[in-house]
Design a binder for this molecule. Structure first.
Ligand code: HEM
Ligand code: HEM
Length: 185
């Protein structure tokens, strides 16, 4: 690996890959758990996983946004067509926004609907929103639409990553992979 090329720090990479695994699992669990005909116990387990890991994603996002503000990403290769650089910027921004909107909407939908979030309840964290069917319905609609948008953007994002890694081979993939930078010997 070229250690002089601009790259993401180890911490930024670790956060990216931990969150990538969690978010892919959240999307899969979310779409699966709302299917008819799932066994009761599997559905309950998926809901508990989805709600509690979703709150963890929100906490990690706060850390990630704070870190990105103090440690900006490396510049893209200068020869990348400008429309691709703009598309990368826009899709990363959309992912950041959705990774806040989705867990917040999920939280509001569950808490204003009067349902549990087991980890927060066990820690004694009170609900931050009032009980309200209207609010629960609104948050449910936002969460539902957002689910399709984030799934679509993640699909484009992963395709673009492999386009860089396998076709363009311009180093953009290896600025993020592997998850940890090992020092050159
Ligand atoms: C197999 C799955 C994935 C691959 C191969 C991948 C690959 C990459 C690569 C190579 C970059 C660096 C792009 C650049 O240098 O401009 C990147 C950035 C990024 N990825 Fe992924 N990614 C994956 C999954 C995800 C998922 C599921 C999410 C959603 C949570 C995500 C969110 C982001 C964000 C927000 C950035 C921008 C980082 C920044 O500049 O602050 N990625 N990804
Ligand atoms: C990155 C975070 C999250 C992602 C990507 C995500 C994704 C999804 C997806 C794909 C679905 C299925 C589509 C649908 O039927 O609406 C779903 C449903 C659902 N999600 Fe999430 N979710 C996230 C966070 C949360 C959180 C934090 C909670 C609650 C604490 C939550 C609660 C729910 C509930 C209750 C449903 C079932 C549909 C409903 O009744 O509204 N989600 N989510």
């Amino acid at each position: 690996m070229d250690h002089t090329a601009p790259h993401y720090t180890t911490f930024a990479r670790l956060l990216h890959w931990i969150m990538a695994v969690l978010v892919l699992a959240m999307i899969a669990a979310g779409f699966l758990m709302v299917q008819d005909g799932l066994g009761r116990s599997l559905q309950n387990a998926l809901f508990i996983f989805h709600k509690n890991v979703g709150v963890l994603v929100l906490l990690l996002m706060v850390l990630r946004i704070a870190y990105r503000l103090i440690q900006p990403p490396p510049p893209l290769p200068a020869d990348l067509p400008s429309w691709q650089a703009r598309a990368a910027g826009a899709s990363h921004l959309a992912l950041y926004i959705l990774l806040v909107v989705m867990p917040v909407a999920g939280y509001v939908r569950v808490k204003s609907g009067g349902f549990p979030i087991e980890a927060l309840d066990a820690l004694g964290v009170p609900s931050l929103v009032p009980r309200s069917e209207g609010l629960a319905d609104l948050a449910k609609a936002v969460h539902h639409c957002g689910a399709f948008v984030i799934a679509g953007i993640v699909l484009v994002h992963v395709s673009a990553a492999f386009y860089h890694g396998m076709l363009r081979r311009d180093g953009v993939f290896s600025r993020m992979w592997p998850p940890v930078i090992r020092s050159a010997k």
